[in-house]
Write a protein that binds this ligand. Sequence first.
Ligand code: ZN
Length: 192
Amino acid sequence: MILPVLKYGHPVLRQKGVRIESITPEIQTLINDMKETMYAAKGVGLAAQQVGRALQLAIIDVTGVTDRPSTLRLHGQPADVAAFMPVVLINPQVKPAADPVTGPEGCLSFPEIYSEVSRPESVEVTALNEKGKKFQFQCGGLLARAVQHEADHLNGILFIDRMTLEKKTELKPELHALQASTKEALKMKVRV
Ligand code: ZN
C-alpha cells in the first residue's frame, strides 16, 4: 500500500525513532508499504517518520540514480551496490569513515527544495536487516549520503539542519510556506 509522505511541519518528523526489538508481521507490512511508497515517489530513501511512524527503520535504493556513483564494501571486500538494493536499515548505527564532502540533496518531505549539504564521504554502518539479523557494511558516495540522511531522520534531524546558515536563510520563504501549509492541513484534518 502506498502511504502518504508527511511534509515539513508535521511533528512526527521531529520525533526520535523508537528501537525495533522484533520483526513483527506489522513491521514487515510497514517495510513493504515503505518500499512501495519510496518507489512510487521516486525517492532514494524513506524513513519511518516520513510515513508517520517514529521508529528506527529506513529503506534506501540508489539504483535509480545513474549519474552519482556509490561504493560498497562487505566484509572488507568491494561489493555490487545494485545487488545490495533495496537495503532495509533497522536500529542503524552510522560512523564517519572519511572527511566531509559537499553534495546536492533533496528530501521527499521537502518537495522542490534542494541544497548542498556537507557530510562524510564514507561511513561504516551496523544495523539489523528486515529479518532482524545484524549486518555491517562500509559505503561511499551517494549511498553514504543517503544512509546519513535517513539515519538523521530516525533521530528527528532534517537536512535543513545540515545546510549552511546562508542557504537556510535563502530558503526561508519556501520553508515557512511549506510548514504553514502542513500545519493548516493538519488543523483541517482535526476539524473533520
Ligand atoms: Zn529525507
